[in-house]
Structures are given as C-alpha cells and as structure tokens.
Design a protein around this ligand. Structure first.
Ligand code: AMP
Length: 569
C-alpha cells in the first residue's frame, strides 16, 4: 500500500486509496489533521502533533513549528537544552508519526509514499522533502505539486480536453496562486504567483482593529496587554461568521465588559481593502500564462481560510464565476495525494501526468539607463530570464558598456521583480576585462550575457565578447547544501534513538499540554484552579490505572472546555 501525504506548514494529513476512493486516516487522537509541530517533553521525549502544538504557548523554547519554510536550508532548531534538529529532521518526525498512524490503521507496515510539495519548491526543497521521508523510513514514489493534488481531488485530471485550472490556496499567512494546464494527459504548471504575507490572519486582524475602533478607549496602549485574548476572540468570531450571519466578540477588563456584534455585510465592507491584494497575484499568474480569466475552465479553492464566505465572494466577484468548493479545503491536497498513490500503485495512466517546472522569479543584471544624452540612471534591473518561464531554459541578451573609456564591466546578478536592483536579491557578480582593441570606443562593443537555469535551481551565467571570443562563466547554486547518503543515515539513526511518546498515551499528553497552555494564557484565580487541576491529573497519570485515567480524562476535558468557553475576564 502506498500512502498519500500532505506535509503541510501548519497541519499534515495522510490518506490512502482503497476500494476505489480516497480515505483519510485518523491519528491516535481520532483526528485527520496532525499539527506539523514537534516538542520535547520535560523527560526528553518527543511529542508530535496536537500535544506539541499546545506547548507552543506554554513551552515555546522546547517547541518547533512552521519548519516547512526552512526545508533545504541550514537552519537549526534548538529544542530545549539537549536537542537540535534541521527542518528535514523535524519533518521526518512528522512523517514518522503519520506513517505510524497509517500502520496502526492498516495493520501492516508501510514503506512507500506520495508526498505533496508547493509548486514553487525548488529542487533543493524537493530533495530535502525526499531526505526527510528517507529519515522516516519512507521511500518517495512521487513528489506531487500541491495545486496539482488539489486539481486531482476534484477529478480535473480526468478531463480529456485542453483544460486550464486556477488553484487558489489561502492558508493562515500565505496566498498561493497556480495556473495549471492539462494538455493531452499532461498536467503543467503554467504560472505561479503569490503573496506570502497575505492569509486568514489578515481577516482576524481586521476584526481586532474593528473591535478596538468600536470601544470608547481606542488607545492602542490600553489594548496592548489584551491583544492575545482579543486575537482568540477575533479568530472565534471569524469562524462563526463562516456559518452565521452575525457574531459577537466580548472581553471583560477589570470588571468592565467590552463587546461588539458584527454582521456579515459589515465584515465584507471591512475586508474591501484586501480585494486588491488578492487581485494582484491572480492577475500576475493569468497574465504570465498569457490567458484571460474567461479562458479558465475551473477554479479550485484550498486551505482553511477559503471557507470564509467573504473570501469566496471576493473571488466570485474577481473571477466572474463560482469556485469549486464541495471538498473540505483542509483535506483536498491529501485526497489528491491518495488518488496519485492509487494510480502509482496500479501503475496506471497518471504516469503521464508530467509536471513542468517554471522559474519562480525573474533573474537578470544591474544596468544603467540613458535618460537624456550623457545622463544615466543607475541600478536598473534588466531581466534576462522572466519569471514563470518553463525550465530548463537558456536566454541571451546583448549589453554595451556605458562609457567609451571603460576598461572593465562588472555584471551584478539579481533575482526579483522590482524595477530597481536595490529592491531585488543579489545572487552574485562577474567582472570582465574589455579588450585593448576597443580602448576609447568601448560603447561600441557588444557583450552577450547568457543565463541558463535548470530544474536543480542552478543558474549558469556565460558572458561572451563576440568580437574577441573572450568568455567568462559563473555558476550560482541556489543556496542549500545537499545531504550525503551517510548524513541521511546518521539522521535516521539519531531519530530512531529518540524516545517518542507512545501512541497510546497521545491523548493524555495532549490533555496535559492543553491544560498547561491555558495556564500560560490565563491569570489570577484561573491559574490557581488550573495548577490544582494539573497536579491532580498528573497524580492520576502516575497511578497508571487505565480505568482511573479514562475517567479523569473525561472530567478534566469537561473542566477545560468550560474554561475555554467562559471568558471570565
Ligand atoms: P491552513 O494553513 O490551511 O490550516 O489555514 C489556516 C487559516 O484558515 C487560519 O487563518 C484559520 O483562521 C483559517 N480557518 C480555518 N478554519 C476556518 C473557518 N471555519 N472559518 C474561517 N477561517 C478558518
């Protein structure tokens, strides 16, 4: 059995293809979403998932999250005094936990997986994902682009005509737009764009600011200590507005109640300013693919925040059509991964689904622009490879020296989309010496600059002075270091020797972590009450009596639920 895995930034899921359909596999807590969070407990053992997530607030120093953003980088995460992990190793711990859930569910060992990755992941990040799988004892049968997985979950790969789909993925803090084209059985990424500071959180922030504006005291300093509580209220309000026409936020500070009831229509109005921010990357992707909105065959929504009616309305207005929404947006990618796993297992047609990569950014050089005779503006970006060009690619541009008396030219190489190079990212530089034959008339000398970019994220710069045949070369590797097989084996041993909390204790750990999080969040009387509750619960756990523990679990859950519902401040 090959399992399908959505290895997400906030949550991960595992699913299988069984009896002709995709089935999501629950973890030991009975949930299909496993938070991509890892924490080290006080006895040095490792927690993965919900119990680790609860510890983000109470034990931030011992807990790591959002490590997917650092896949393929050399960043090290220190967890407590004794543990240090790379993003690959942390991802391997999440994968191990999903693998264990699948094995418990299937009652047999699992060794193979299809894993999804963002479309914009470069080869290093893809390789890092494969390394993580290997460390977890999984062999990757295929890496599947997340938007392609989403499109497959909607069955779009079964259409036989030339179809174009737009996949919009709105998570907590990022918005990814991908344009896919299915052409005689081949699914191509035609363009990708996005905004990695736009997400569900922006809607929560609008509610926080809206609440403060309604109050008598709108002074930011007054609200500063209560922002974390207000955030919780706003998040709950946002979720309520997903299925109700109005919702209320309330907070009591030093016996004074503060409330605000907001209607769906008012929320929509407040969200208007986000409209343009959503529009920009969508427009960019469609324009880069040289398409028009009306040529799109389908629009698919993925990511928790696409549940919001206000977001759906914005998209319907922008795209002039209703997006496909009949799947749970948290589960769509995992379902696509399971479908792909099924097809790989049957060795069926989807072998034909080849994915084409595109260069995610424009790459070019620093130039000077003559704005009037003998007057130059420097630091202007001249792109050579434009973003969303299908790779591998090789492009050449011809440049001329600016001054006749120049004896050398320095080419500074940049990536980005800004007009001025200072706003882009510098990748490297290459200096060339001009031939003596052109002293005093350098401006007439054509210099050819060729950029070649491959699927491994390798940029090769070749500079050639055609008249003399002098050539210069520079290879720029996209950042990350490759792990050797030995290093992967070492990490695998390191992870195998860690003490992982047993699956059968996952629920107790998660309850304890939740109580500790509430303790960290609350103050005063509630803290005293929680401290007593935690002390009592720990003593029950120490008894190791399964029946007593089961009873205590239900009691403490009730108390914690009540505490979270009531806002006693
Ligand atoms: P993801 O990273 O895909 O899990 O997306 C997380 C984002 O989705 C967060 O900003 C959540 O607030 C938001 N979200 C999840 N469920 C809902 C819901 N029922 N209503 C509104 N927003 C939601």
């Amino acid at each position: 059995m090959i399992i399908g895995i959505d290895l997400g930034t906030t949550n991960s899921l595992v699913a299988i293809w069984q009896d002709g359909k995709a089935t999501l596999i629950p973890n030991s807590l009975g949930q299909t979403l496993t938070p991509s969070v890892v924490s080290v407990d006080k006895d040095g053992s490792i927690l993965v998932g919900q119990s680790a997530k609860e510890r983000l607030i109470s034990h931030p120093e011992q807990t790591a999250s959002v490590f997917k953003r650092f896949m393929g980088s050399q960043k090290n995460f220190r967890l407590g005094a004794s543990h240090q992990f790379s993003a690959e190793e942390l991802s391997a711990l999440v994968l191990k936990s999903l693998k264990a859930d699948a094995e418990a569910y299937l009652g047999e060992p699992v060794t193979d997986a299809v894993i999804t990755v963002p479309a914009y992941f470069n080869d290093h990040q893809r390789q890092a994902t494969k390394n993580a799988a290997q460390m977890a004892g999984l062999s990757v049968r295929r890496l599947l682009n997340e938007p392609t997985a989403a499109a497959m979950a909607y069955g779009l790969h079964e259409k036989n005509d030339d179809c174009k789909f737009l996949v919009l993925d709105l998570g907590g803090g990022t918005f990814d737009v991908t344009l896919l084209e299915l052409f005689s059985g081949i699914m191509e990424v035609r363009a990708s764009a996005g905004d990695n500071s736009l997400g569900g959180e922006d809607f929560t922030e609008i509610l926080i600011q809206g609440f403060i504006k309604q109050q008598q005291d709108t002074n930011a300093e007054f609200w500063q200590p209560y922002l974390s509580l207000l955030h919780g209220e706003a998040e709950a309000c946002k979720r309520t507005l997903t299925h109700q026409k109005q919702a209320t936020m309330s907070l009591t500070i030093e016996n004074t109640p503060y409330t605000w009831t907001i209607k769906e229509s008012e929320f929509e109005k407040l969200c208007e300013p986000l409209f343009q921010r959503f529009r920009d990357p969508i427009e960019r992707a469609i324009r880069d693919a040289k398409l028009r909105i009306k040529e799109l065959d389908d629009v698919v929504l993925v990511g928790g925040a696409t549940r919001m009616p206000v977001f759906r309305q914005l998209m319907t207005r922008l795209l002039g059509r209703f997006p496909a929404v009949n799947l749970n947006p948290d589960e769509t990618i995992a379902i696509g991964a399971a479908i792909q796993a099924g097809l790989v297992a049957e060795d069926a047609a989807l072998d034909e689904v080849i994915l084409t990569d595109v260069a995610p950014y424009s790459m070019g050089v620093d130039t000077s622009l003559e704005i009037r005779e003998n007057q130059y503006q420097h630091g202007i970006f001249a792109p050579i490879i434009e973003r969303n060009t299908v790779i591998p690619t090789s492009k050449v541009h011809t440049f001329y020296p600016v001054h006749n008396n120049q004896t050398e030219v320095q080419f500074n190489i940049y990536q980005g989309e800004a007009r001025l190079t200072r706003d882009n990212i510098k990748l490297g530089e290459l200096s060339i010496t001009l031939p003596a034959s052109h002293r005093g008339k350098a401006c007439e000398l054509p210099i050819e600059v060729r950029f070649s970019y491959d699927v491994n994220g390798l940029l090769e710069v070749d500079i050639n002075i055609t008249e003399t045949n002098d050539s210069y070369n520079l290879v720029i590797q996209n950042g990350a270091k490759q792990l050797s097989n030995q290093e992967i084996e070492n990490s695998r041993d390191k992870l195998a020797n860690l003490k992982i909390h047993p699956r059968d204790q996952a629920q107790n750990r998660s309850i304890l972590a939740r109580a500790e999080r509430l303790y960290a969040q609350r103050l005063g009387y509630e803290r005293t009450q929680l401290a007593r509750l935690i002390g009592w619960y720990e003593s029950v756990l120490d008894s190791q009596d399964p029946q007593q523990i089961r009873k205590a679990n239900s009691e403490i859950n009730k108390s914690l639920d009540q505490l979270e519902q009531d806002n006693w401040f």
